[in-house]
Ligand binder design. Sequence first.
Ligand SMILES: *Cc1c(COP(=O)(O)O)cnc(C)c1O
Length: 289
Amino acid sequence: MTPTPISKVMVDGREFLIKRDDLYDPYLSGNKFRKLQQLIDIPKETYKQIISYGGTQSNAMLSIAALAKQKGWEFVYYTKKLSSYQKEHVSGNYKYALSFGMQHVEIEHELYRDMIASLRVTQDTESVLVDQGGADVMAAYGLEKLAKELREQLQGSKVTALATPSGTGTTALFLAKAMPEYKLFTTPSVGDKAYLMQQMEALGAIPSNLHILEPSKKYHFAKPYKEFYELYKKLLDESCIEFDLLYAPLLWQELLCQTDEKICYIHSGGLLGNESMLVRYRKLLDRLS
Ligand SMILES: *Cc1c(COP(=O)(O)O)cnc(C)c1O
């Protein structure tokens, strides 16, 4: 694989480098292909089936569906029971994943926890289980590969810090570990800093070069905020690069007001999800205007 390119952009009069992992593949996008790299690189004969679980609009789900299709593997995905509205309005990542052949299994809320726990125990050698959101120690493999690319590409660039947004924190954790000579900035998109640290610690010790920037106010994941849309637009105008609306705006907001290092931002992809978020943003902006 040839390394994804690096773009040089100005935001707020400040220079940033952007590692263009968004350009790898529209479906197997951004940090998900890094987290799944180990499975991408193995021969397709290794497994017949891939199993995962989580939400029905998850970017990880769509990436695994795309990977399974490429490999000719069966993909079984477990979620809690859908609402009747969700069943009637099949859209976004869920629609794409089904079109890639994903087999969706719905589980009653009260049985969900036990069912997911049992997946781990009942696994056979022909199937591989990927934890929710790709939060799996196998991610270390792909992030070490990213580190190797970055180390070569950033030579002579004067960059001293990296930045990438966090959901489960898997990407930030393993990238920080693989590049101890750089600071790594991230923000908690789902829950607060304590919750993010707890998720990271389940995968390994948090290294001292990893800095979690705390937002000045509380944001709810996947809820539209006017300031996030404005930042998304500003980034698009000033850098000519589109960023995702779920994770990127919060990190950019905090980078611009809490840091002054020369930063290389690792684009985490997720652009397909913008389609449905933009519809919701239009409603919000109509209401405000
Ligand atoms: C999944 C995802 C993240 C979060 O990655 P983690 O490794 O779970 O922290 C960030 N940005 C985008 C666009 C994503 O799809």
